[in-house]
Design a protein around this ligand. Structure first.
Ligand code: MN
Length: 199
């Protein structure tokens, strides 16, 4: 998906979301991930991974789990521009995705997807193949996760699953117990109260 799907859905005279530009980060840096909590028509977490100069994105209704037994539905959404990783604020009523957004977690990640010979598979290729393994280095989430595609075409959906590793923890439930933004310490409700149309 290209950036035009992102711009086509938004009126940048109204929404505070970034327009996005073609600027890319240096290739020597570790790629980033970000998880934004977003109270739109339905509450969800937007899981985004940097790849090829954009943020590959999935909407995860229940949010990520630290329990390897949980298979969290992750619906693919349009690529977002890199600048979106810092976006926190309120998308105005009537606009696409209207509602408050916070940066729930962020950090860098490693692509740990390998082929049979143990060579790294590039992210784009792994996504085409329907299975991407990553290792997250976030503030709330750390360790291995896998994104697996189930179904195709109009029924394309993915599952986000915690790997069984030292960072797995069946009791943590961070999506519920750690609701604050990692950049401002605010919850969705606080952002809405401070930056919403009433505020
Ligand atoms: Mn969203």
């Amino acid at each position: 998906m290209s950036g035009s799907e992102y711009s086509g859905k938004r009126d940048f005279r109204r929404t505070p979301e970034p327009r996005g530009s073609a600027r890319r980060r240096g290739r020597s840096k570790q790629p980033i991930f970000v998880i934004q909590q977003h109270a739109a028509r339905s509450d969800h977490f937007d899981f985004r991974l940097e790849a090829d100069g954009a943020l590959k994105s999935w909407a995860v209704p229940k949010g990520p789990s630290t329990n390897p037994r949980d298979k969290r539905l992750a619906m693919p959404t349009e690529d977002h521009p890199m600048e979106y990783a810092d976006f926190e604020g309120v998308i105005p009523k009537g606009e696409y995705g209207a509602g408050p957004v916070i940066v729930w977690d962020r950090g860098t990640y490693e692509n740990t997807t390998t082929d049979r010979e143990g060579r790294e598979v590039p992210v784009a290729e792994a996504l085409d193949d329907g299975e991407l393994k990553v290792r997250l280095h976030g503030e709330k989430l750390t360790g291995g996760y896998v994104l697996v595609r189930t179904g195709g075409g109009d029924r394309e959906r993915w599952l986000l699953i915690k790997a069984r590793d030292d960072e797995a923890d069946a009791r943590r439930r961070p999506a519920r117990t750690q609701p604050e933004s990692v950049i401002s310490g605010r919850t969705l409700k606080q952002v809405e109260a401070e930056e919403g149309e009433a505020g």
